[in-house]
Design a protein around this ligand. Structure first.
Ligand SMILES: [Zn+2]
Length: 436
């Protein structure tokens, strides 16, 4: 029997490691940006400040020798390592809960002779009085979309072409061909760098109509449409070779030579589409099966929040790339819901809470902590100063520095402690963080 993992300790270990990573990046920025003066540096300096302050104020609860991490005051920056980890956890939790509650959609009868497909939430909130004429299961797929780009020209004259990419995706989603097969989903934009400059692409989780061979039907439809909407007139490419054609046709027996002839050499000629599971598989499977499915689903989502672009294989970070991208990140929306999920407010990622993980705290299974049976001592310290006993279930150990810097709170309950932490954060950081 494997020992159950202490998730709270594991999470605490990750937050401490990522906070240290934030500091490492701060140090490298300081070393490499000496003497630099430019507008771009303004955004970088702001980022540096966020990296320093993010999670420096973290709340812990101690019961005897046991210490639990409760929450951290975070900066919300798109490229912050701590925030990306917490954001990813949050979005995963939201989707997991959502899929469990939504094995089917509902087709409701509107006043006219029209019907409309809605989610359970939408039915309960906006269409309560409309009769349900059918329940509709769907399939979940992971779609990856790229555009042709070159080192000199980028894509359509832009080296940072996320807006152009987004526009092409928007246009494709308005076509009848798309609407016929895809109900909706979510997508994120990921940026990496390769030999052809910035590689900006879309990862999308799509909820698809359940028809026979739907993976191939949807793949063919998207390939043909995406090719049309991604044409860059300045893109030069040699005519398809036999091998090119084989490569395009590989994995989809529905693609014909006539389809290939329709493809423009100036548009994208490759897409990636993978079936993850059926919406009702999640309910049907045992715990192990459900876990497997969720890993597939969450893999598609997790891509959006990894600022690994800045990690160099050799260790350290790619500072010139950071300087280049930082001012652009402000404009970048990293997560969007589409189609039937557009109005699904339970999947919204907007943050009103001062503390990122309030919801998660409620789900934490800390013995006695939530029901007030055990007296906890709450304190604030910097997670970078903690040790985790890797041999002993990541048990949290305070270093001398952590003890020195420890601020003991007077709170008696978790809620009070969170309130006190917010007060400290406001007093210590004075100016508010940017919420991106
Ligand atoms: Zn942060």
């Amino acid at each position: 029997m494997k020992k159950p993992i202490n998730h709270n300790n594991k999470r605490s270990y990750t937050i401490s490691s990522l906070k240290k990573k934030n500091y490492k990046l701060v140090k490298q920025i300081e070393n490499e940006s000496k003497g630099m003066h430019s507008d771009e540096m303004v955004a970088l300096m702001k980022f540096e400040k966020n990296l320093r302050q993010c999670a420096s104020i973290s709340l812990y609860a101690q019961q005897g020798r046991i210490i639990n991490h409760i929450a951290s005051h975070t900066c919300k920056h798109k490229a912050c390592f701590v925030c990306n980890f917490l954001r990813q956890k949050k979005i995963r939790r939201k989707y997991l809960n959502w899929f469990i509650k939504n094995p089917v959609f509902y087709r409701v009868q509107l006043a006219s002779d029209k019907t409309k497909l809605v989610t359970r939430f939408q039915h309960e909130h906006y269409y309560t009085d409309k009769p349900v004429v059918a329940t509709v299961p769907y399939d979940i797929m992971h779609l990856t979309l790229t555009v042709p780009h070159t080192l000199d020209g980028g894509y359509r004259g832009q080296t940072f072409y996320q807006q152009e990419l987004r526009k092409a995706f928007n246009l494709m989603r308005k076509t009848d061909a798309w609407l016929e097969l895809v109900y909706g989903g979510e997508f994120g934009i990921e940026i990496t760098k390769n030999d052809n400059g910035l590689h900006i692409h879309i990862h999308s989780l799509i909820l698809v109509k359940r028809v026979t061979r739907n993976r191939n039907k949807v793949h063919r439809m998207i390939l043909l449409e995406w090719n049309k909407y991604t044409v860059d007139p300045s893109y030069k490419r040699k005519p398809f070779t036999k091998e090119d054609i084989e490569k395009i046709k590989k994995g989809n027996s529905l693609l014909t030579d006539a389809d290939i002839k329709k493809l423009s050499l100036k548009g994208s000629t490759m897409i990636n589409l993978k079936t993850i599971c059926g919406s009702d598989d999640i309910q049907k499977s045992d715990e192990e099966g459900r876990k497997k499915i969720m890993i597939g689903v969450l893999e598609a989502i997790s891509y959006h929040f990894e600022p690994q672009t800045f990690d160099k294989k050799s260790g350290g970070f790619n500072i010139p790339l950071l300087i280049e991208l930082m001012p652009k990140l402000y404009k970048l929306r990293i997560y969007d819901r589409i189609g039937i999920l557009y109005r699904e407010s339970s999947l919204s990622m907007t943050n009103n809470a001062f503390v990122e993980d309030l919801e998660e705290i409620k789900q934490l299974n800390i013995d006695g902590l939530n029901n007030g049976l055990l007296q906890s001592d709450f304190f604030i310290t910097n997670p970078a100063l903690l040790y985790h006993d890797r041999e002993n279930d990541n048990r949290i150990i305070l270093s001398n520095a952590a003890i020195d810097r420890r601020i003991d709170l007077s709170a008696g309950t978790t809620n009070q402690a969170l309130g006190e932490m917010s007060e400290y954060a406001k007093a210590m950081h004075k100016d508010k963080f940017d919420y991106n």
